[in-house]
Write a protein that binds this ligand. Structure first.
Ligand code: 13P
Ligand code: SF4
Length: 388
């Protein structure tokens, strides 16, 4: 087993307006030429014109957490799972412009043909949760499991919200990727092949799925802290656990609390509380419904006029749902939670800049995953796409 070392800090500095660069973390970008001003009144027209000039050569994907100004130009909107499927479904499109975050664009690159080029309009659009699992840390964890003689019976499962490196690790070690819409099926798949699961990097999705959908207990789960030797766990704890949960979380969904649920119920006894499975266990347990962003949208579509909904997910989506359903009362579960700051990095100026660069024959901010990582990550992604 490799000597345990204090993990080095990951560079996630937010670079102002996406300018400047940090090659180490791939955050930030120098935009060659001028990024249009956000106040430019011609931005919408410029985006329309550039998209029309590119025609079928470009396919724009938009995650549900994107701003309205960006969603307006998406050919398809979806949750992480649907967007991964869609990226693979358009081999004729020369360019995939991914309005989402870095790990989604990486997955699109892995799932598209070598001739297709994937563009992320602002490289500062990362994900703090994905940054919580670094390959070296995961390899150290696996070494610890090997040392204990339990790696052979452990199946690694990674949430889509992880780097291509981590997906490659999982593919190489017999595991599978999951999203919030298929986590139970991925865990079923894993437990058919092993006795325990190493779940990366979202402890909440792992715990919520294991306990609320798979019938495991909280005692079956242990929390592996990558900043501590052996995850801060004893050999006995690791050996006895069925779910080894990585200590990662979403900084947006992690902020909803049980008190938020109790408070909204006090104010509106008839309210339906609907949350994303990235929320903490006690929040999901206290909610009425839980599901991915696609599930949340479908639940609102099917809701009775006049019904009342408190939603625990990112604000752009909740605000769009409130506007789309004026006949229902749609509120945000917590008053002070903000947008996902990295999803919000993709704004109209960056989208216009990316599209106009493509029109000019230059490919900006291309996301490429190296061939070896891509091959193994693809194995793990294909296993997910083939889940029953
Ligand atoms: P889904 O798209 O799977 O609902 O996940 C939400 C999310 O946090 C994406 O970053
Ligand atoms: Fe990452 Fe959370 Fe933002 Fe999704 S909402 S991109 S998980 S920080």
């Amino acid at each position: 087993m490799t000597q345990w070392q204090e993990p080095s800090s990951t560079a996630t500095a937010l670079l102002l307006l996406g300018r400047g660069s940090d090659p180490g973390s791939e955050r930030g970008v120098d935009c060659p030429g001028e990024l249009p001003a956000a106040s430019d009144p011609g931005l919408v027209e410029r985006a329309r014109a550039a998209k029309a000039a590119l025609g079928d050569r470009v396919f724009v994907l938009g995650h549900h957490y994107q701003r309205d100004e960006v969603i307006e130009f998406a050919d398809v909107t979806g949750d992480s799972f649907k967007l991964a499927q869609q990226a693979a479904a358009r081999p004729d499109a020369e360019f995939i412009v991914f309005c989402g975050v870095h790990f989604m664009a990486e997955s699109a690159d892995i799932l598209t043909t070598p001739d297709q080029q994937v563009v992320l309009p602002d490289l500062a659009a990362g994900c703090s949760m994905a940054d919580m699992a670094v390959l070296g840390q995961v390899e150290d964890c696996w070494d610890a499991l090997v040392e204990l003689g339990i790696a052979g019976t452990t199946v690694p499962v990674t949430y889509m919200n992880s780097s291509a490196d981590i997906k490659g690790f999982v593919g190489r070690n017999g595991g599978v990727v999951c999203t919030s819409s298929n986590a139970k099926r991925a865990l079923d798949w894993a437990f058919e092949r092993g006795e325990k699961v190493l779940f990366l990097p979202d402890q909440h999705l792992g715990r919520n799925t294991a306990v609320l959908e798979m019938g495991l207990t909280l005692d079956d789960c242990v929390l592996y802290d990558p900043h501590k030797k052996n995850g801060g766990l004893t050999a006995e704890q690791l050996t006895n656990a069925k779910m080894i949960l990585w200590r990662g979380h979403c900084s947006v969904h992690g902020r909803f609390t049980l008190e938020n649920v109790q408070e909204v119920r006090r104010q509106r006894p008839d309210v339906n509380v609907l949350v994303h499975p990235e929320c903490r266990h006690e929040v999901v347990q206290a909610a009425d419904y839980v599901g991915s962003t696609e599930y949340i949208i479908r639940a609102l579509d099917a809701a009775e006029p006049g019904s009342s909904w408190a939603i625990g997910t990112e604000l752009n989506l909740v605000r769009r749902l409130a506007n789309a359903h004026p006949d229902k009362e749609v509120m945000f579960l917590e008053k002070t939670v903000c947008y996902c700051s990295t999803m919000n990095r993709i704004d109209l100026p960056h989208l216009v800049w990316s599209l106009e660069e493509l029109v000019a024959g230059r490919v900006p901010n291309q996301i490429t995953v190296d061939a070896d990582t891509s091959r193994h990550a693809r194995t793990a992604l294909d296993r997910m796409l083939a889940l029953p």
